[in-house]
Ligand binder design. Structure first.
Ligand code: SF4
Ligand code: SF4
Length: 377
C-alpha cells in the first residue's frame, strides 16, 4: 500500500457531542425492488417491525406503525428508485416476540449468524479466528463511530468479548484513532474487565478507516488468519439483535458541513427522508449549498433532498458551493504518488484497484475533480 495522508482540519465544525433522536418522521420510504415479494397492500395498516418485503429468507421490516399510502420515487445511491410510502400513525404498535437469551455469551455461532440475517443486522456471514473491530470514522468531520463508542461503550465491549468467545477467536483487536482522549479514557477504564480485547490506537491518517487499508496497516493477513471484520455499527447491531431479538430499524448518522449552524449526530428511522431530517433538526445558514453523502473526500454529491436514509449512509454534509474553478494539470504527479493503492488517475491506469478514497481530488493543486472517473457506487 502507498502512503497515508494527514487531512488538515481547517474548518471548525461545531459538533454536538450527544446523539439526538429523531424517530418520529411523518413518512417513511422503503425501496421496492421488484425481485422482492410484497407482503402489503395500499391503504393497509402495518405495525412496527412487520415484514413488508421478502426474498430468499431476507426480510425488510417496517420501522414505524402506520398506513401504506402507495409508491413514489425517491433518491437512493444517487438514483431515482420506487419506494413504498408509509404514513406514520405515531403509535409505534408492535408485536410480542419470543424472549432473547439473558446472557449473550450463551449463543452458538450458527444462532448468531441466523439472528443477524433474520433481523437484518447486516449482510455478512461471520466466520474466522481473528476479530477486527473498526472504530475509526473513515472521513474527516464524520463522528458517527466515535459517538457510538462514547454512548454505548459497555454494550460494545460486552458484545465484542462475547463474539470472541462464541467464535473461539485467538485474537481480537478494537482499532480507534489516537487523537480522541475522551473515548480512549472511557475504553481504557472499562477494558480491564475484558483482557481478550486488544485496544489499538491508530494515527489520525486518511484513509485508515477503510477496511483493506486498516487490515494492511495492522499486518493481519499473515499466519493464515481468517478475519471476522466488523465495524462499531455492526457490533451495536449484533448487541441489539442478540439482546432484544428485534430487527434493526434505526440508523445513526452524522450531519455536518459549513452551511449549517451546528453539526449533529442523529439517530433516525431507516427510510426517513433527508428533507424531513433537515427541516426538523438542522439550521441551514447558507442557502447556496450542495449535499454530499458519506464524506467530503470519498462521498458523492446528490441534487435533491429526496434522499432516503439507508443502511449505507453514515454521514451527510451540507457544504457551501465551491468558488474555485479547476485549472490545467501542472504534472506535479501528486495524484499518483499519494494514491494509497498506486493508481495513476491522470492516465486512467490501474483504476480497478481504486478504493474511491478521493485523495487524488483532494491533493490536486489544480483543483481537478476526479470523482466522476473513479467513483464506484
Ligand atoms: S485513484 Fe482511487 S484510490 Fe487512488 S487516490 Fe484516487 S480515489 Fe483514491
Ligand atoms: S495532482 Fe493535479 S496537477 Fe498534479 S499531476 Fe495530478 S492532476 Fe496534474
Amino acid at each position: 500500500m502507498g502512503s497515508l495522508i494527514c487531512i488538515k482540519n481547517n474548518k471548525a465544525y461545531n459538533t454536538d457531542p450527544k446523539i439526538i433522536d429523531y424517530l418520529n418522521p411523518d413518512y417513511i420510504y422503503i425501496p421496492y425492488e421488484k425481485v422482492y415479494n410484497l407482503n402489503i397492500k395500499i391503504k393497509e395498516k402495518v405495525i412496527k417491525e412487520s415484514i413488508l418485503l421478502t426474498k430468499d429468507n431476507k426480510n425488510i421490516y417496517s420501522p414505524i406503525s402506520g398506513i401504506v399510502l402507495g409508491v413514489t420515487n425517491m433518491i437512493i445511491n444517487n438514483q431515482k428508485v420506487p419506494c413504498i410510502v408509509i404514513e406514520n400513525d405515531f403509535k409505534e404498535t408492535t408485536k410480542k416476540i419470543s424472549p432473547a437469551k439473558k446472557n449473550i455469551y450463551n449463543y452458538q455461532k450458527d444462532e448468531v449468524n441466523k439472528l443477524i440475517k433474520e433481523y437484518n443486522a447486516f449482510n455478512k456471514n461471520l466466520a474466522g479466528n481473528l476479530m477486527l473491530i473498526n472504530g475509526i470514522d473513515l472521513e474527516i468531520y464524520e463522528e458517527t463511530y466515535k459517538t457510538i463508542i462514547s454512548k454505548y461503550s459497555s454494550e460494545i465491549l460486552e458484545t465484542i468479548d462475547a463474539m470472541y468467545d462464541i467464535f473461539k477467536c485467538h485474537k481480537c483487536i478494537l482499532a480507534i484513532k489516537n487523537n480522541d482522549s475522551k473515548i480512549i479514557e472511557k475504553l481504557v477504564y472499562q477494558i480491564g474487565t475484558y483482557p481478550n480485547i486488544e485496544l489499538k490506537l491508530m494515527p489520525n491518517l486518511y484513509p485508515l478507516g477503510h477496511k483493506d487499508i486498516l487490515i494492511d496497516e495492522l499486518n493481519l493477513l499473515k499466519n493464515n488468519n481468517k478475519i471476522i471484520y466488523l465495524t462499531i455499527e455492526d457490533v451495536l447491531a449484533i448487541y441489539n439483535v442478540l439482546r432484544k431479538k428485534r430487527p434493526i430499524t434505526e440508523k445513526i448518522i452524522t450531519i455536518s458541513g459549513d452551511a449549517i449552524e451546528k453539526a449533529k449526530v442523529i439517530n433516525v428511522k431507516i427510510g426517513t427522508s433527508l428533507k424531513d431530517i433537515l427541516n426538523n433538526n438542522i439550521n441551514i445558514i447558507n442557502d447556496d449549498y450542495k449535499i454530499i453523502i458519506n464524506g467530503l473526500l470519498s462521498g458523492y454529491e446528490v441534487e435533491s433532498k429526496d434522499v432516503v436514509i439507508t443502511r449505507k449512509i453514515k454521514s451527510i454534509f451540507i457544504n457551501s458551493l465551491d468558488q474555485e474553478e479547476a485549472k490545467e494539470c501542472i504534472n506535479c504527479g501528486l495524484c499518483h504518488r499519494k494514491c494509497p493503492v498506486g493508481c495513476d488517475v491522470r492516465n486512467n491506469y490501474k483504476l480497478d484497484k481504486c478504493i474511491n478514497c478521493g485523495i487524488c481530488t483532494y491533493i490536486c493543486p489544480s483543483k481537478i475533480n476526479f470523482k466522476d472517473r473513479v467513483v464506484k457506487k
